[in-house]
Structure formats: C-alpha cells, structure tokens
Design a protein around this ligand. Structure first.
Ligand SMILES: C[S@@+](CC[C@H](N)C(=O)[O-])C[C@H]1O[C@@H](n2cnc3c(N)ncnc32)[C@H](O)[C@@H]1O
Length: 294
C-alpha cells in the first residue's frame, strides 16, 4: 500500500470512529434543535435526542465529516448547504405511512363529508398534509373518486399532497409501490385503481393521478401558502412529533385553510382539549375531526 493510500485509509477510519462515538450534551442538543427548527421548521423534542444523534451520525458518515464542527460548517457551505440540508431533513423525519392507514377516519369522510359535498356539488378540494410518499393522498382520491362514481359524479375534486421531504415527494409523484402495499387497499379500489407493473409492484391509475398533485410545503409556512378554502384537510401522524404549544399553532394554522363547512381530520389522540371559536367537533367513533362553522 502506498503512503498516500495509507494516510487516506487512516483518515477515513478516524472519521468512521468519530461518527460512531458521537456524543451530544444538553447544551449542544439545544443549539442543534434550535438550528433545525429555525432553519427548517423541524422540531426535535428533548426525548428524541438519540434520534437526532443517530441522524447526525449517519450524515457525518455519509459526508466524511470527522466531527460535528466540520459537519456544521458543511451545512453553512454555499456550494453544498442546499443539498445537505435537504438530506439532513430527510434523515430526521419519519416517513412511515401506508394506504388507508386509519380506517375510521376514512369511514367518517365517506359517511359524512362526501355526502354533504356531493349534495352541494361543484368543486371539492382535499389536502393531505405531510403526505410522505403519497399513499394517504391516493387513498383519499380513491375514496372520493369511487364515491362520486357511485353517487352520480358531479364533484370536480382534486387532492393536494404536501410534505417537507423532497425524496418522499419524488416517490409520491412516481406513484409506484411494492406489491406488499397492495394488501392495505380494499379490494374494490385495488381492482379499479391499481395497475400491475413489470417489476412486480403496482402503479396508480391515470384517472387518479391526474386528480392528485404534490408540492413541497413546510408546515411552518402554511400561513403564506396558497392552501386556502379547503373542504378537507387531513393531517395524521405528524402532530405526534411536536409538543403541545407547536401542535396548537399547527392546528390553528390548518383551520384557517378551511372554507366554510370544511373538515379537519387529525389522528385520534393527537390533540387533547383543543378549542377554536370557528371549529366544532365532529362526533364519529374512533376519530378526531372538526368542522369549520363559517
Ligand atoms: C409519519 S409521516 C406521516 C405520513 C401520513 N400522514 C400518514 O399518516 O401515514 C410524517 C411526515 O411528515 C413530514 N414532515 C415532518 N415535518 C414536517 C414539516 N415541518 N413540514 C411538512 N412536513 C413535515 C415528514 O417528512 C413525513 O413524511
């Protein structure tokens, strides 16, 4: 082995070791948490410190940074910061999702939200907030499309999926899913909206794809976003990552995106004792939902 190659190996080994041994004290944690929230709107609660550490460690290993200071400098580097921030955010957000994840919420939409919308006619705007890789947005589209078909159409609907993660949104737009995900989709929708692909997975039919669009949106920018006059705002498995104060801010912001009579569906148990002067609770078993009154 040449002397040069030996030095490079030693450097690389030192970096690997630094990544493995990464330790963050409470003061450093507070600084990183503040940076992540201020710059990216990503909140890491103190009890998730080990999650932050393993995320930073993974990015340091990937970028070859020997210590946290070097990685911090990389995040400030004009040439590399945009890409590295995007990759770090992706590492520090949980993208777990599936089709028709919460059956009771879907039933609530089918039994209460859609009948009212079809009776009213016109346009129906649905929003899957924090849609991850798109399963939630396509599930809503399947539900709405099939409902319209059964009840004489008449609803010009669209579903928007938003998320902070660009790689997740890329997958959502591709609309290609592995075979094992098919079992989550009720047979009636599976037959109608899922198409077999050569690689053994399945794709989403064109009928739905032209009704669903995806965009990057950070929750902290909701106020300035064009998401207004929504008929349905579906936000599940996101609030759980935030503390109560931030949950209230998020939900208050989402309420302002609804049109009169619009419904906000959260995950059951994701927000306790919330009151808003323009929102009334929708009573439906095993769900947490609110309707805008004006
Ligand atoms: C666990 S997934 C939930 C997906 C889907 N809603 C579900 O219930 O199956 C959480 C998603 O929230 C997104 N997310 C986290 N922080 C966000 C933020 N500040 N703005 C927008 N999306 C965010 C993540 O990228 C991730 O895709």
């Amino acid at each position: 082995m040449s002397a040069l190659a030996g030095q490079a190996d030693a450097r690389s080994a030192a970096r690997q070791a630094a990544g493995r041994a990464l330790h963050i004290d409470d003061r450093q944690f507070a600084r990183w948490a503040e940076l992540l929230e201020g710059r990216a709107g990503v909140f890491i609660a103190p009890e998730r410190k080990s999650f932050l550490v393993s995320g930073l460690r993974a990015r340091m290993r990937e970028t070859g940074c020997a210590d946290l200071g070097e990685y911090y400098r990389l995040l400030q580097s004009p040439a590399r910061q945009a890409r590295e921030w995007s990759l770090l955010i992706d590492t520090l957000t949980v993208h777990e999702t599936c089709f028709f994840r919460h059956a009771s919420s879907m039933r609530l939409i089918e039994e209460q939200v859609l009948p009212a919308a079809v009776a009213r006619g016109g346009v129906f705007r649905a929003w899957s907030v924090a849609c991850s890789t798109g399963e939630e947005a396509y599930s809503l589209a399947m539900l709405i499309d099939a409902f319209c078909e059964r009840h004489g159409g008449g609803l010009n609907y669209g579903v928007t999926g938003t998320d902070i993660s660009l790689p997740a949104l890329r997958q959502a737009r591709e609309a290609r899913y592995p075979q094992r995900r098919l079992k989550d989709i009720p047979a009636v929708y599976r037959e109608r909206y899922c198409l077999p692909l050569d690689d053994g997975g399945f794709g989403i039919s064109e009928v739905l794809r032209k009704r669903v669009c995806f965009a990057q949106l950070n929750l902290r920018d909701v106020d300035a976003s064009p998401m207004k006059d929504m008929d349905l705002v579906f936000c599940q498995n996101l609030l759980i990552y935030y503390d109560r104060e931030r949950r209230l801010e998020i939900v208050n912001g989402l309420s302002e995106c609804l049109g009169p009579g619009g419904v906000l569906v959260l995950g059951p148990g994701e927000l306790l004792n919330w009151k808003h002067p323009q929102m009334e609770k929708v009573r439906y078993q095993d769900t947490l939902a609110y309707r805008r009154t004006d």
